[in-house]
Design a protein around this ligand. Sequence first.
Ligand code: SF4
Length: 297
Amino acid sequence: MKNLQETFTELLRRAATDLPADVESAIERALREERRGTAAHSALTIVLQNTAAAREASAPLCQDTGTHTWYVYLPDGHPTEEIRKAIRGATAQATRKSYLRPNQMESLSGVNSGDNLGAGHPVIHFVPWKKPGLHADVLLKGGGCENCSTQYSLPDQRLGAGRDLAGVRACLLDAVHRAQGRGCAPGILGVAVGGDRAVGYRAAKEQFFRPLHDVNPDPQLAGLEADVLSCANRLGVGPMGFGGRTTLLGVKATRLHRLPASFFVTVAYMCWACRRASVTVAGKDVRFSQTALAGRP
Ligand code: SF4
């Protein structure tokens, strides 16, 4: 139990201070796209300098160390309470070690809990699997980008969007246009087509565990992801909304069944600081990685 808490503390350190390689590469590519001397170029330069400095110092990439969403894969029937305790202990420990800033506050009083623990936080999902060990994925998502997440109910008269792929596309571009760089662009869209309102948000957020370079095995969604990414980057919103060629770093979509009466399109918006990390524990063998199981298409 003590060892597991230490492992999870290290996982949180990696998530909070070390931007995943695929995200950093996408920002480097974006920098090469922007013209020197522009605000967009300097914004991305600062982001990359900040990323290197955070990694070097084991300091948070951003002062908002976010809402933590965990997916823990463990053998069917394995008691979950000790895992939950280890995650909560690790959250408090990582806060004491300043890998995390104390951010969680009671909603009405505004009183900060001081250790990032509180009602509903961290968010923990358990997933049974057939292997003997345990695998955990954690995602840290800031509040500024969460404010840009949104949900549409099709048909949408304002957008002229019907209940089809073209309607979904219209929603995604509208969400990016309305964000106007808020939520610290360049961002990443996690998208769920269908489901109900609650499941849509969960599935949309799960998409952030996917590496930016993967290709959706669903050809329709792969086409949607590529098309929206390319169109969004021609809107001219740019990094932090300063104008430029990179408004999004990626689009990741999934589809769910729905009822005949409703057609939701849920858009989770993630900032450039897409912080995630994974660990697999099998006996004494502990392997950290940037390869998540959650969100796989
Ligand atoms: S949106 Fe992201 S980068 Fe911006 S302040 Fe929040 S966590 Fe930090």
